[in-house]
Design a binder for this molecule. Structure first.
Ligand SMILES: Cc1cc2nc3c(=O)[nH]c(=O)nc-3n(C[C@H](O)[C@H](O)[C@H](O)COP(=O)(O)OP(=O)(O)OC[C@H]3O[C@@H](n4cnc5c(N)ncnc54)[C@H](O)[C@@H]3O)c2cc1C
Length: 653
């Protein structure tokens, strides 16, 4: 465990000259346009001589690989899935934001920028967020051109709905399957390039390490998940688009296989980790049902457009919901946040749910649930209208719980869902390792301390379709270092280290299952680094995690051999990395003694229980450098300046 002095030293931080965010000069509206002009280009004839490795083929990775392939680069794309269509992005239900203002309700690029900076509780970089809002317009055009079947209004225009943290309707959607439809579009664009020979796809290939030679990212080492072969791949630049790490909590809404290995290995090779403790706990998930559950299910936030959230007013009121009259119900979001009501942002809604459950007013088994009730909307609009908008979500709820959401209110509770933290990147999406770019949920992203709903798809596609194609070209055009091949000493060393680690995992031959370690880590993280955090709890977690990690390496049982499909081995390698990342998350959460967004430090709250920021001391991105000792990372600070959205205490009242 980190000692007091170590945590103190880490917290004091370095204003690092290694952390140059490379924000272009000029007014915020012109930065990206000007930067695109200033960046170098690679001529079409030269592009095929450059190899770009893209790890991940979710929305961010597929979009990047397809766009770079279309430009003529030689792209190699990797995924541990058997098809890009299986990426976790497919699970996204609710929608994707864009400032098109089709509703004529006052939206604009500036408003989307403003809402995102404020929604992230002023812990994101203004220049990046503005660019994201700007590019949101292009994304919708691109997706429509690809044939994404977005919902349309009677008149033919694309329809919009509202999401939390916004007072305009700017969310484009394809029923409750937006991620799936967007991924099919990106997948088709990717496969087209595979057909044309510009992209080579390696499925069932898991990146297990990054190769940094002569100070630059030069390649990766993968394990073939079917044959066990450990292989090196050489490139002129590497893109990690490997998704988020909320599965560190074990139970989360993320796909079971989502993991941190790619970014964690890159971190240990020199890429700084930005704001690792910033995780999003989503308010509308199906409550946990038992100890051996392996997965939680999200009910899309879009349901809060028409569903009303409530609990009984009286503690311990166990009457069925239809027998609790309106005067005995507490529509607590509408009461506490009248101007946003049920569309209060996720961090705020999650904490409010925890608060009423802590007051013993929760519903369902164990009292860890609140109602999401559609009765009023069904009375007003009719059941067919609700079915038309959310039918597949109601079906999913019924399949999992056996309850009919049209007849009785759904029961929901917050769950780990998304990670705002990730590898630190500059304005060009390049990490602190030259030539290593990071996109989508894997980077520390534009969402600050809290992501607004429907903004992750927007960010992943902006990164992949519209930012990396420019910034990678600029890097390649300026790169001076000599080329390397897989026979280079560093490749041989890294490949040998990866093989040794696999051998070590298989050799422990202990008695405890990988899942039992993951479950125990998840309990620690949820209890001490979850919805609410405090000094004593975080120190307890920091006391427990290294011991659990040591036990893992002494007594984990990994079955079978390397030279075949071995899911036990795959899981073990991922959980081993979660056991290290979890510690960094707690160190980060401990040093940030303010509350902001999803990071709620109990010691720092307003008199009415809202998150209380400390801008004088914490208006920065915390970028952690691996030093070789997990308990003693170095903290580098990227100060955040707010020129356009003035720092204010966030209020949704
Ligand atoms: C249930 C749910 C619903 C959501 N709904 C919405 C929504 O409505 N709107 C919204 O904006 N956001 C939503 N989100 C968030 C959003 O879906 C994700 O943030 C986004 O899809 C992430 O995309 P990505 O491309 O960054 O990563 P992913 O889609 O997770 O893709 C990661 C890719 O990397 C590959 N990979 C990972 N590690 C390795 C490795 N070591 N080696 C090789 N390959 C690797 C995987 O195979 C995969 O191809 C939702 C999230 C969840 C959990």
């Amino acid at each position: 465990m980190a000692t007091e002095a170590e945590v103190g030293r880490a917290a004091s931080g370095l204003l690092s000259n290694r952390l140059d965010a490379k924000i272009p000069p000029g007014s915020i509206e012109k930065k990206w346009e000007r930067h695109r002009f200033d960046m170098k280009l690679v001529s079409p004839a030269n592009r095929r001589s450059y190899t770009v490795l893209v790890v991940g083929s979710g929305l961010a990775g597929s979009a990047a690989a397809a766009s770079l392939g279309e430009l003529g680069y030689n792209v190699t794309c990797f995924s541990y899935h058997d098809s890009p269509r299986r990426a976790h992005s497919i699970a996204a239900q609710g929608g994707i934001n864009a400032a098109k203002n089709y509703r004529n309700d006052g939206d604009s690029v500036f408003r989307l920028f403003y809402d995102t900076v404020k929604g992230g509780d002023f812990r994101a970089r203004e220049a990046n967020v503005y660019r994201l809002a700007e590019l949101s317009l292009n994304i919708i055009d691109q997706c429509v051109a690809q044939g994404i079947p977005f919902a349309r209004e009677y008149g033919g225009l694309l329809d919009n709905r509202s999401f939390g943290g916004a007072q305009v309707s700017r969310t484009f959607y394809a029923r409750g399957q937006t991620g799936q439809q967007l991924l099919l579009g990106a997948y088709q664009a990717l496969e087209r390039q595979v057909g044309l020979g510009t992209v080579t796809m390696h499925t069932r290939a898991e990146m297990l390490d990054l190769v940094v030679a002569d100070g630059c990212a030069r390649g990766i080492v993968t394990r073939n998940l079917v044959t066990g072969a450990i292989e090196s791949h050489v490139g002129d630049a590497v893109v990690l688009a490997t998704g988020g790490y909320a599965n560190v909590f074990n139970l989360s809404t993320m796909a079971k296989a989502s993991n941190a290995t790619a970014i964690w290995r890159a971190h240990k090779r020199g890429a700084f980790f930005g704001n690792p403790c910033f995780t999003q706990i989503h308010p509308t998930c199906i409550p946990v049902s038992g100890e051996h559950q392996s997965k939680l299910t999200l009910m899309s936030e879009s349901l809060r457009n028409d569903g009303r959230v409530w609990v009984p007013k009286k503690a311990g009121d166990s009457r069925p919901p239809d027998q609790i009259p309106p005067e005995d119900r507490d529509y607590y979001l509408e009461r506490k946040y009248p101007s946003y009501g049920n569309l209060a942002p996720r961090d705020i809604s999650s904490r409010a749910a925890k608060e009423v459950c802590d007051e013993k007013r929760g519903v369902g088994p164990g009292g860890r649930g609140v109602y999401l009730d559609f009765a009023d909307s069904i009375n007003r609009l009719g059941e067919p209208a609700i079915r038309e908008k959310y039918g597949n979500l109601f079906d999913m709820y019924e399949r999992i719980t056996g309850e009919n959401g049209y007849r009785a209110p759904m029961r929901i509770y917050p769950a780990a869902h998304y990670t705002m933290g990730g590898l630190w990147v500059d304005y060009n999406l390049m990490s602190t390792v030259p030539g290593l770019f990071v996109a989508g949920e894997a980077n520390f992203s534009d969402h600050g301390a809290n992501r607004l709903g429907a903004s992750a798809l927007m960010q992943g596609l902006a990164d992949g379709y519209f930012i990396l194609p420019y910034t990678i070209a600029d890097y390649l055009a300026r790169a001076k270092s000599d080329r390397v091949d897989a026979g280079h000493r560093t490749f041989r060393e890294v490949q040998a280290e990866v093989a040794e680690r696999v051998r070590r995992l298989l050799g422990v031959n202990g008695k405890r299952t990988v899942d039992s370690f993951h479950r125990e880590l998840g309990h620690i993280m949820w209890e001490y680094c979850g919805m609410a955090r405090n000094d004593a709890g975080l120190r307890r977690a920091l006391g427990k995690i290294p011991g659990l990690r040591a036990e893992f390496w002494e007594s984990v049982r990994v079955l079978e051999r390397n030279e075949e499909v071995n899911q036990s081995l795959e899981k073990a390698a991922r959980v081993a990395d979660f056991l290290e990342l979890g510690e960094l998350m707690c160190i980060d959460a401990l040093h940030r003694t303010e509350s902001c967004g999803g990071h709620f430090r109990e010691e720092s709250q307003t008199p009415d229980g809202e998150a209380l920021r400390d801008d004088d001391h914490f208006a920065y991105v915390a970028a952690w450098e691996y030093t070789g000792t997990l308990a003693r990372p170095n903290l580098h600070k990227e100060p955040l300046d707010f020129e356009y959205v003035h720092l204010t205490q966030r209020s949704y009242k």
